[in-house]
Ligand binder design. Structure first.
Ligand SMILES: *Cc1c(COP(=O)(O)O)cnc(C)c1O
Length: 211
């Protein structure tokens, strides 16, 4: 699993990656990574967020049905529209700033500025680009801009295993995401199992797709 992640990350120039059971699972595990920070007591507690941050900020036009996978972690979505509202929404409970790639043109804050605002506030960002690859730039651009986590589907445009996906991102967060799922039994993400055939299939599909 880790070796596949290293090779996938190298293919696209991301710091780290892991194969997930679809982009939907990548959203859940990415959120769990941020919330728990990989700490044992938090991994055991989630989705009880009593001792963790509990809010995810999103532009109203970036809400989408799959953000339920983020709410699976017990967080509350905080919707904003303007820059001023975004700045005002940031508070000590803010865990993550969420961006939906395909809504880039719908929101007042575009992806580059979004990342910059998060950086200045010291907060992580997650991008969902599940169905927007190809073109491959839709995957490479958020990595270059510095989104901390990026979720894509394996079985859509990349034409890999239908129930696989990939979570790319910061090495410490991918490490934390891994601790919230298989092979660890007492985790929120234990049900998001990926089999070894799919991991290899996802790696090969991405390689073929990029070539
Ligand atoms: C399809 C889709 C998902 C879920 O992807 P799976 O790989 O099927 O889990 C998540 N987010 C968006 C925007 C999607 O279009």
């Amino acid at each position: 699993s880790e070796a596949v992640g290293v090779r996938i990350a190298a293919m696209v120039g991301a710091p780290a990656a892991m194969v997930t059971s679809g982009a939907a699972a990548a959203l859940t595990l990415g959120t769990a990574a941020v919330l728990t920070g990989g700490r044992a007591e938090n991994i055991l507690a989630i989705p009880d967020l009593t001792h963790m941050k509990s809010e995810v900020i999103v532009q109203k036009t970036h809400r989408f049905p799959y953000d339920h996978m983020i709410r699976n972690c017990g967080i509350r979505m905080v919707e904003v529209e303007t820059r001023e509202q975004l700045h005002a929404a940031i508070n000590p409970k803010t865990a993550l700033l969420l961006f939906l790639n395909k809504s880039n043109n719908l929101g007042q804050i575009k992806m580059q500025e979004f990342v910059e605002i998060a950086r200045k506030a010291g907060l992580p960002t997650m991008m969902d680009a599940a169905a927007d690859v190809p073109p491959v730039e839709n995957l490479l651009t958020p990595i270059k801009l510095g989104f901390d986590l990026i979720a894509v589907s394996g079985g859509k445009g990349i034409r890999g295993p239908q129930s696989a996906g990939i979570l790319f991102g910061r090495a410490d967060l991918i490490k934390a995401a891994r601790l919230n799922t298989l092979p660890y039994s007492d985790t929120m993400g234990r049900s998001l199992k990926v089999n070894k055939e799919e991991m290899v299939g996802m790696m090969v599909a991405l390689d073929v797709f990029l070539k």
